[in-house]
Design a protein around this ligand. Structure first.
Ligand SMILES: Cc1cc2nc3c(=O)[nH]c(=O)nc-3n(C[C@H](O)[C@H](O)[C@H](O)COP(=O)(O)OP(=O)(O)OC[C@H]3O[C@@H](n4cnc5c(N)ncnc54)[C@H](O)[C@@H]3O)c2cc1C
Length: 564
């Protein structure tokens, strides 16, 4: 649909003023798109229907003639692809609201990386899809998880690099200052861009998005409380409601200076000091973010080591690097209570083998983990059962719950809390819904931790192999022997490759060091395709790149590394 300039009195040209929309913006009828100066004053050109701006044909400051094309708009009709069977009006406490009864082929609850990816994939496979989201599109990952934390990681790395720029022969004059408000607004900009990108993808794939909280009425029917009330009947349903921050029962946890990952990501204040409860992935990523921004950081971890899910040697290495960077670490330590000092600082009491100890800091970050989000979902009305430890929805390898037409994916299953696992689970569920049998395989799931340096792993580690009685060989290669890493002044860390001796197939890898997040993809591909150490040895890796550490470690599994 083309939106034209209206008739300009006197037939003269007008001048295009401020254009209020961007390409791919969603607009409603009567939204102002642009102001045009004419001899008779300003004229607002408005959208004539709800839709997406697909072309902007005018330019600010340029002349425009009567009836000249200004915008191209792709009209939207959100519910056109789904069948609104009936519409009732209910009277509840004297307020009238619509009950809309809709039927669809596939209903997805939750628009995080599990739900929205499943929706796009299913739509591309020809399904009529409705997705329900009670908060923002993109879920935890885009709004308060993966993406915002990585935006903060980037700001903190810039700060770290600037502080060390002399090493590279670059001098800075004056003090390096952190503008935390700008750090957060930069993060918000990235988040908003990605969330509106998901919105655009929903429109593009003709997926109906309903904003509101979904609850099961029965195994086939879900109600949604929004501005209108919806009753949706679906042939197949995917639950992708994700996870929420776990509550911990510590005295003082609700004091105002105690943050969680979500509130920390929104805080414009950079504390001088912080105590982080929990040395897991979220806790350690924040520890390095804050430390690189100049904060005095202490981590208190209940277990005997940091990042218990990674290879023990890597855990030790990151602890030693953290300490070298000035992060104070207490492992095997339990936080007992948090109190407010007279000067409004936090007093944290914790206990370990040395008895009861106190810490004082401006802020506290509770990073003790996340649990499946089943709030208001009423899964019992659909007779869906939980897994044995009751900590997630029980699913089989096809992501199917005990109810054959209901699937569950991502964090709500509590199998592996990672965005890419949620997305892959979504694709697996859709494949099974459309009759292309497929199963989740967790043997090659990459896991990345954005500390400084980064950590990544895939497949098995040494401890796993021992527990599984696998006959294995490991090979380690250090970053200090890699030319590219040295040019980057990033000589810390190593790669560890593991092969199964019977087959010579690679079964696992762990990396700590620069670019570990990208390097792990090569090994993930190798493991998932059953490649051997010889396959890697015979592959040519570009020089000088950090990827050469993979080649060297593969050589180390038989002949021996060439550069060590
Ligand atoms: C600080 C932090 C950093 C992280 N960093 C990474 C990382 O670097 N890499 C990585 O892979 N993972 C990371 N994660 C984990 C990642 O965010 C999750 O694994 C991922 O978001 C799970 O996706 P999901 O689709 O299962 O659920 P979610 O992303 O949680 O989405 C679920 C959605 O469902 C909606 N919902 C819930 N209940 C209802 C209902 N009843 N009706 C309607 N809507 C509902 C929620 O509002 C939410 O939008 C991080 C998490 C956190 C907290």
């Amino acid at each position: 649909m083309i939106i034209n300039m209206s008739v300009i009195p006197g037939g003269k040209a007008g001048k295009v003023g401020k254009i209020s929309v961007k390409l791919r913006d969603k607009v409603n009828t009567d939204d102002i798109l642009v102001q045009v100066e004419t001899g008779k004053g300003n004229k607002a050109i408005k959208a004539t229907a709800p839709g997406i701006i697909t072309k902007i044909l005018c330019e600010e400051g340029k002349e425009i003639l009567s009836k000249e094309a200004m915008f191209e708009l792709e009209p939207l009709d959100n519910t056109s692809d789904n069948n609104i069977v009936e519409s009732n009006t209910v009277n509840k406490e004297n307020t009238k609201s619509e009950i809309k009864k809709i039927e669809t082929e596939l209903l997805i609850i939750g628009a995080g990386p599990g739900g929205y990816v499943a929706a796009i994939y299913a739509a591309k496979k020809g399904k009529k899809v409705i997705i329900i989201e009670k908060e923002a599109l993109g879920g935890t990952c885009l709004n308060v998880g993966c993406i915002p934390t990585k935006a903060l990681v980037k700001s903190s790395e810039v700060c770290h690099t600037m502080k060390n720029s002399q090493l590279f022969g670059i001098k800075t004059t004056g003090e390096i200052q952190v503008d935390m408000k700008k750090v957060i607004s930069q993060k918000n900009e990235v988040v908003n861009k990605l969330v509106s990108g998901v919105d655009y993808l929903m429109q593009k794939n003709k997926i109906t998005v309903i904003k509101g909280n979904a609850s099961f009425i029965s195994p086939n029917q879900v109600s949604v409380e929004a501005a209108d009330k919806y009753l949706i009947n679906a042939k197949d349903i995917i639950i992708a409601t994700g996870s929420k921050i776990s509550k911990i029962n510590i005295e003082g946890i609700d004091l105002p200076f105690v943050m969680n990952s979500t509130t920390a990501l929104a805080s414009n204040d950079l504390p001088k000091s912080i105590t982080i409860i929990g040395g897991g992935v979220i806790g350690m990523e924040f520890a390095f973010i804050y430390r690189n921004l100049g904060v005095d950081v202490t981590v208190v971890e209940f277990m005997d080591r940091l990042l218990t899910m990674v290879d023990k040697e890597i855990s030790k290495e990151i602890e030693s690097i953290a300490k070298e960077n000035g992060i104070k670490i207490f492992t095997s330590s339990k936080v007992k209570k948090i109190q407010k000092a007279n000067n409004n600082q936090a007093i944290i009491t914790f206990e370990n083998a040395n008895g009861e100890l106190l810490l004082i800091s401006d802020k506290v970050l509770s990073a003790i983990g996340r649990e499946p989000n089943l709030d208001n979902l009423n899964i019992e009305k659909a007779n869906i059962i939980m897994n044995t430890n009751k900590k997630g929805i029980s699913v089989d390898s096809k992501m199917r719950t005990n109810i054959p037409h209901i699937y569950a994916i991502g964090d709500v299953t509590n199998i592996i809390q990672l965005a890419h696992v949620a997305s892959h689970g979504g694709i697996t569920a859709v494949n099974n819904i459309i009759g292309d049998e497929s199963e989740m395989d967790y043997s090659a799931v990459p896991n990345v931790i954005f500390t400084n340096p980064e950590i990544s792993s895939v497949g098995l580690n040494e401890e796993d192999c021992k527990k599984m009685n696998i006959d294995f060989t490991t090979s380690k290669f250090n970053y200090r022997s890699n030319g590219k890493a040295l040019t980057m002044n990033e000589s810390k860390g190593f790669i560890k490759l593991i092969k199964e001796n019977n087959t010579n197939k690679l079964v696992g890898a762990s990396i700590i060091g620069v670019e570990a997040s990208s390097l792990i993809s090569t090994i993930t591909l190798a493991i998932s395709k059953g490649l051997t150490d010889e396959d890697i040895r015979e592959t040519i890796f570009a020089h000088p790149t950090t990827s050469e550490i993979i080649h060297e470690a593969a050589l180390g599994l038989s002949l021996g590394a060439l550069h060590e």
